[in-house]
Design a protein around this ligand. Structure first.
Ligand code: FES
Length: 617
């Protein structure tokens, strides 16, 4: 169902004196605040309270209509301002098409380049505020909490303090002569530190993959990465893929706890490494933003993932979750927070939402396809007007599993293949003997076999007798009565391997085609194709096109976007406005369930063959 959208136009106030932006517009669902709608198009509106209606800095002037006046408007704005149409944008909801005037920012906001060269305004959820409080006196017997809250309010911050932080408050205030730094995560008071510590403020972005876990320690003051570290997910002994992890979890609560302990242990190993590299520590690291597939996030919190694997695929949660670090056992500040991003469906997780955030796919006019190639191919197609997402079950071929000489992308794996009169192989580890072939090598090998004509477009491999004069005829062998192509000593691709790949790419290509059909677009309409995920980044775009994994656009428009999930997590860590956008993505994107769709099977049959190669002249 397509949701009704309303248009909001933002105009710079005082245009005549040189505005810092042109008119900007966006379309939003009814009920969106003017503040959130501005985040969606990356328009910075001043704020220190993060949209809680307490700083009074986010005012805009609504033109041509009178919006309802909220209690916060009465509290923060003058009567004459209200009469002139000014409202707090974080409280004003869009219920009709609106045009509003936005005051110029008084300071140029700090920004960091993230994702695909996007400028992200540095405005983290974690804020540090240095305060010199009035010490108590007989004429001023306010409690410590009220004293702190009053001072923060003057600076435009709201504060909620729980007992864990209150325990140390009296001693910290008195030992530091009431000169302290308050640390807020949103409105939650995380810590009160003696003296001015505003320069030291860190957070960690985690991409928890089924195979690999990547952590980046971000300096929240500068927006720069202080250290990056990755390692294998410690859940690996319980199975290589999501389904085997879920199967293990189904053994009972102890098994869920075992998986949870394994992933938290891995995250803490990464964290320790990050601290060591950057010379930082848990006492100045206040937040972790975690993305991953739905199963990984269930296991992180010790939630039973079983429903993810059974029809109708309804997980325990897909919403963003924030919990105290000490409740998860993550070694950042114990009162700091672990925040996850939302998921779109049981098989389109927070890692994909993070990828959409990093690529800006759902907020720009260009029509793009984002594909994260793996055991499940997650696909997002669309632009600012409409965006669809789905997951296509590809099977393990891209991971090198169920391929006769398949292996993970580690030392000895063939990761690139070039065929001509001879064979050129690219092997991970450099000058080592090829031991097998990983996913990217497999895609390359099959693409090249199509190019040199030893595979036809139906996927049938030629025998030596078929092509006796072919320069690579001696590579056409038989293994256990099955046709195979010899890549290196002991490493070959069989006819069955080619079929496995064909099914895997057919599934993803079908997912893309179904989304294109729903959106009513053709290949000619596609501006760019993003290959994401740890596998997509290594995939040769040309080969992906040759085998028909992605639509046949100009190869220059097929872009490997690297670890887009990790980038999205970093962006959400550095900007609460961007985090808000991520939170809104599930309500903006349409999730398409492929199982049970009749067009899936029909399309699958159509796209199973490889594209017909142009004859080489
Ligand atoms: S953002 Fe602070 S009052 Fe609206």
């Amino acid at each position: 169902m397509i949701q009704r959208k309303l248009e909001v136009v933002y105009q710079p106030a005082g245009r005549a004196q040189g505005a810092n932006f042109q008119d900007r517009s966006t379309r939003v669902p009814p009920g969106t605040t003017l503040f959130s709608a501005a985040h969606w198009i990356g328009l910075p509106i001043d704020s220190t309270c993060g949209g809680r209606g307490t700083c009074g800095k986010c005012k805009v002037r609504v033109l041509g209509t009178q919006l309802d006046v909220t209690t916060a408007d009465h509290r923060e704005l003058r009567q004459d301002e209200i009469a002139a149409g000014w409202r707090l944008s974080c409280q004003a909801r869009v219920e009709e098409d609106l045009t509003v005037e936005v005051p110029q920012l008084l300071r140029v906001p700090k920004a960091a380049t993230m994702g695909l060269g996007r400028l992200v305004i540095l405005d983290p959820n974690v804020r540090k505020v240095y305060l010199e409080l009035e010490p108590p006196a007989l004429h001023d017997q306010r409690s410590d909490v009220v004293r702190l809250r009053d001072a923060l309010e003057v600076e435009g911050h709201d504060m909620v303090a729980d007992v864990a932080v209150l325990r140390s408050l009296p001693s910290t205030l008195r030992a530091s002569d009431f000169k302290i730094t308050a640390v807020l995560a949103g409105e939650h008071l995380v810590a009160v530190e003696p003296g001015n510590t505003t320069d030291e403020c860190f957070g960690i972005a985690f991409d928890v993959g089924t195979t690999t876990l990547v952590g980046t320690l971000m300096n929240l003051r500068t927006g720069m990465a202080a250290a990056v570290h990755s390692t294998l997910n410690g859940q690996a002994p319980f199975g290589a893929d999501v389904i085997s992890r879920i199967s293990h979890a189904m053994n009972g609560e102890d098994s869920v706890r075992e998986l949870q302990a394994a992933v938290v242990r891995t995250m803490n190993q990464v964290t320790a490494q990050l601290y060591a590299e950057a010379g930082a520590g848990p006492d100045r690291t206040y937040e972790a933003v975690v993305v991953g597939n739905v199963t990984m996030l269930h296991l992180l919190f010790g939630v039973d993932p079983a429903p993810i694997a059974v029809m109708p695929f309804a997980p325990a949660f897909m919403e963003p979750v924030a919990v105290k670090a000490e409740d998860v056992g993550l070694h950042i500040h114990p009162h700091g927070y672990v925040q996850t991003l939302p998921a779109l469906g049981a098989y389109v997780g927070a890692d994909i939402v993070a990828g959409v955030l990093a690529t800006n796919l759902a907020r720009e006019d260009k029509l793009r396809v984002f594909v994260d190639v793996g055991t499940n191919g997650e696909i997002v197609l669309g632009n600012a007007q409409r965006t669809l997402a789905t997951a296509a079950p590809a099977g393990p071929a891209f991971e090198g599993s169920q391929i006769k000489c398949g292996m993970r992308a580690t030392d000895g794996a063939i990761e690139g293949v070039q065929l001509g009169d001879r064979i050129d192989l690219q092997v991970i580890g450099g000058d080592v003997k090829p031991a097998g072939i990983c996913g990217s090598g497999l895609v390359d090998a099959v693409a090249q076999m199509l190019v040199v004509g030893v595979l036809d477009h139906s996927g049938r491999m030629a025998s030596r007798a078929d092509l006796p004069d072919h320069p690579l005829a001696d590579r056409l062998i038989e293994v256990d009565g099955v046709r195979a192509f010899l890549l290196a000593e002991g490493v070959y691709l069989t006819q069955r391997d080619v079929r496995e790949l064909q099914f895997a790419k057919g599934s993803i290509a079908t997912g893309i085609r179904v989304l294109m059909d729903i959106l009513g677009v053709t290949v000619g309409d596609i501006d760019e194709i993003f290959l994401g995920g740890s596998f997509g980044s290594y995939l040769n775009p040309e080969s992906a096109k040759i085998i028909g994994l992605v639509p046949p656009v100009d190869v220059k428009r097929i872009i490997a976007v690297g670890n887009s999930a990790g980038e999205g997590a970093k962006i959400a860590l550095l900007s609460y406005r961007e985090r808000q956008v991520a939170f809104e993505l599930p309500s903006r994107l349409e999730y398409v369930e492929l199982s049970g769709r009749t067009d899936f099977n029909d399309t699958f049959v159509e796209v199973l063959a490889f594209p017909v190669m142009e004859p080489v002249s």
